[in-house]
Write a protein that binds this ligand. Structure first.
Ligand SMILES: Cc1cn([C@H]2C[C@H](O)[C@@H](COP(=O)(O)OP(=O)(O)O[C@H]3O[C@@H](C)C(=O)[C@@H](O)[C@H]3O)O2)c(=O)[nH]c1=O
Length: 201
């Protein structure tokens, strides 16, 4: 695997190194030791698949609050998506900055989203399928979100939005929650995350 750090420290694009032969290819897509060597948390608490029928669909921008923060390794295994991550670590020099990248079935590249980042994507093709490796369990009562079109984030999406959930449209504006978001996202307590993981919360 090739690990390419983005301009948001700790967020990486992870590319495959294919071993090609007449049959096709073989490629490692996850390795605990390689992740650790790049300072990434190699925990896999859950794996998820997400299928989206229609091109132009937006899902996001999602995150979980401490102590349920989660890393994500996100890969598009069918179709293509425009994937965006936003740094929500208040102490970070790149707080509120974002990185966008196309993930698609041709490259099979993944993005490693660190804890305390918001994440979302827009499908660029019909019938797109995403695979997630999550570093912490799904914790619905600690879910948070920001709107995909929040002016404070300044995200641009390649296509007109064709579908989006009611939940994603109901997120508060960044300006209305700025201080509480900063407070809740500060001082990540790693032990608490590990505890939450152990107990499947
Ligand atoms: C995320 C999630 C949802 N669900 C349930 C809740 C709901 O009934 C249904 C659909 O949930 P959502 O609408 O939140 O699904 P979706 O909008 O696809 O949520 C995903 O969006 C992208 C951007 C991410 O980054 C993911 O981590 C995840 O938050 O699945 C789980 O059971 N486990 C999970 O881990």
């Amino acid at each position: 695997m090739r690990f390419i750090e983005t301009e948001l420290a700790g967020a990486f694009v992870v590319e495959l190194e294919r071993r090609q032969d007449d049959r096709g290819f073989f490629a490692r897509s996850f390795c605990r030791d390689e992740f650790e060597a790049h300072g990434l948390r190699p925990l896999v608490a859950q794996s998820n698949l997400s299928f989206t029928a229609k091109s132009g669909t937006v899902r996001g921008m999602h995150f979980q609050f401490p102590p349920s923060t989660e890393s994500k390794l996100v890969r598009c295994v069918r179709g293509a998506v425009w994937d965006i991550i936003v740094d929500l670590r208040p102490e970070s020099p790149t707080y509120l900055s974002h990185v966008a990248i196309e993930l698609d079935e041709e490259s099979l590249r993944a993005i490693y989203v660190p804890e305390r980042f918001a994440h979302g994507h827009q499908t660029l093709r019909d019938d797109s399928l995403l695979s997630y490796q999550m570093g912490a369990p799904y914790t619905p009562n600690n879910e948070g979100g920001l709107r995909y079109d929040d002016p404070a984030l300044g995200l641009t999406w390649p296509l007109p939005v064709t579908e989006i959930s009611e939940k994603d449209l109901s997120f508060p504006s960044y300006s209305s929650i700025e201080q509480s978001l900063r407070d809740r996202m500060a001082n990540l307590d790693t032990d608490a995350v590990d505890e939450a993981g152990k107990h499947g919360q």
